[in-house]
Design a protein around this ligand. Sequence first.
Ligand SMILES: Nc1ncnc2c1ncn2[C@@H]1O[C@H](COP(=O)(O)OP(=O)(O)O)[C@@H](O)[C@H]1O
Ligand SMILES: [Mg+2]
Length: 250
Amino acid sequence: MIKLTNISKSFGRNQVLKSINLTVEKGQVVVILGPSGSGKTTLLRCVNYLEKPNDGEIMIGDYSLKCKHAAKKDIHALREKSAMVFQQYNLFKHKTALENVMEGLVIVKKLPREEARARSVALLKKVGLAGKLDAYPSQLSGGQQQRVGIARALALEPEVILFDEPTSALDPELVGEVLAVIRKIAKEGITMIVVTHEMSFARDVANHAVFMDGGIIVEEGPPAELFNRPREERTRQFLKRITPELNYHI
Ligand SMILES: Nc1ncnc2c1ncn2[C@@H]1O[C@H](COP(=O)(O)OP(=O)(O)O)[C@@H](O)[C@H]1O
Ligand SMILES: [Mg+2]
């Protein structure tokens, strides 16, 4: 289980997260939606401690951390519990697909090279890239690069994978192959928090949906309820903008 309690984050005077509370059960897929600038990326980065929250508590599995008093080794331990999949893939450009996946296993997990290699090959197969082990990112399509990013996250065997708009940088015809991979690993019971505006994915795959705006969680609930019967005006307005074909009853 993941539990965020009163997570707050400011950049200078700009308070970007305002006491966020969120619980994610083991094996759940949670989608987060919200307008640009609402704090979605910052929230994911706080869970992975790429950003240091100013206040609050993060619990992942049996590990919990009070952000105000976090020591380096606690941060290190917490960081190993999650893995990020980034909007812009963030692969090492001078490393092959295989080397990109192996990197974390060798450096972070300290696995022997041969074992790291075998595990990475298996994961690249799983995301449909068995034929691209030795390709560099520049030789791969965006969809293929993102699938390397997903294999890299899986390799770390985290308690939760954090996806930050994983398909929003892709050409439309490549979105499906990446969503298919995410669907497949969701079915295997891996806990996920996914920032996405792909509504059909959110509807089919997510167990829980969260709408953020202005650094707060405005509304959350089962996807069918949140999308079909939003309670809050702000949620309705946002959903109308991203799915104009839907008519919401006011
Ligand atoms: N490193 C940073 N330094 C200063 N401001 C930031 C930084 N990262 C994000 N922000 C600000 O925080 C707000 C929320 O950004 P972000 O979390 O990226 O939103 P979203 O992912 O929902 O679009 C924005 O106003 C953004 O400008
Ligand atoms: Mg973002």
